[in-house]
Design a protein around this ligand. Sequence first.
Ligand code: 5CA
Length: 445
Amino acid sequence: MRVSRYFLPVLKENPAEAQIVSHRYMLRAGMIKQQAAGIYSWLPLGLRVLNRIQQIVHEEQERAGHIPLLMPTLQPADLWRESGRYDDYGQEMLRIKDRQDREMLYGPTNEEMITDIFRSHVNSYKDLPLTLYHIQWKFRDEMRPRFGVMRGREFLMKDGYNFDVDKAAALHAYNRHMVSYLRTYERMGLTAIPMRADSGPIGGDDTHEFLVLAATGESEVFFDSAVTELKLGNREVDYDNREEVAAVCKEFTTLYARTDETHDAALFDAIPEDRRKVARGIEVGQIFYFGTKYSEAMGATVVTADGSKVPVEMGSHGIGVSRLLGAIIEASHDDKGIIWPEGVTPFPVGIVNLKQGDAAADAACEGLYKALAAKGLEALYDDRDERAGAKFATMDLIGLPWRITVGPRGLANGVVELTSRRSGESVEMTPEAAVARIAEIYAAI
Ligand code: 5CA
């Protein structure tokens, strides 16, 4: 993409309404525009990151054997009357009437609708296990929408629902979600710690939230600092192997890590003092096991191997897809702007032409742009007739992890400069070497 042809409405001034750094940088980098409290348009740069995040979520869900579908945003109120949640949900639910005066709602989550799909099509244990998920917009009329996409009213969520014949199988589904979430967040450059939590309006006995530590997080968290050292890394996990998946979950949930709702002072005090940490975190996901809460209320049953009919065992599992942009920026930025991890960056590399109109510089930039494209890497090429300082400031603000700087002086010696956004280090090399280096970095992602 050439900046001269792109739509990148960068702001010079700090927007007064933004209280935290991620919100400020998302507005300044021209990623989002607020349309109403907690409701945003996704401008092209923001959409690219949102798409990258969705792609990683899809890949990791499908790797775990979970199946995508797509349910609507609007739901009939009657479905929610069956579970009793239409009355329970309160003012967070946006209630709508259609022209026939039928009661509808903008879905805050989809337990009822997925249970309805299940009961219409599945009757036998032979069709289980089954986990269906979608990535869809939700609406919750939050009392205090704030911090940009972090606490929106309309927001994008991945929500998945498992259906299993018995509790042991449902707990395996819970564990599979935990492992797939750990991998998902790691691919986004995040450390998200699973913490024992409270189930709130979703209900159920077992639930973990995934928290990214950040001073601006809305949740107070208590943990053993050793938990932050745990990494899934590249290890292969066989998602069908119950013991193996359970062992990974045990590794990540044995050390003390809880949100304030479930905090236990006595257990916390048993941690060696130098490892006892109280901090703040951003909740980027939550998994729930709730058994037959919805299936019993809505008549979703399966016939088991011995011929008896039982309500299907369920759980639900959510990732805050749009919130993740804010969480990643909170975890990865400096005073010049965002620093995208390679896994989610909107463009893999930026090209800055120091002297637009100089024949050699223009030709070198075009050559780099095409050579990168040939390797499947779409660069953001700043081809505007602007001062170098302004181009650097834009690149730093939008946070592409790598920048290639091209100018007549370097080219006279056959070199361009490759700069890491994170370390600030620059290395001179030939254009060919720069392309090869970028390709090598992204091949490993
Ligand atoms: N049905 C379950 C799991 S699918 C559910 O709704 N879980 S949830 O309420 O915990 O939401 C899942 C994730 O969505 C949260 O962990 C959080 O990351 C994100 N989320 C929740 N509310 C908002 C909001 N107002 N703005 C942005 N993201 C949100």
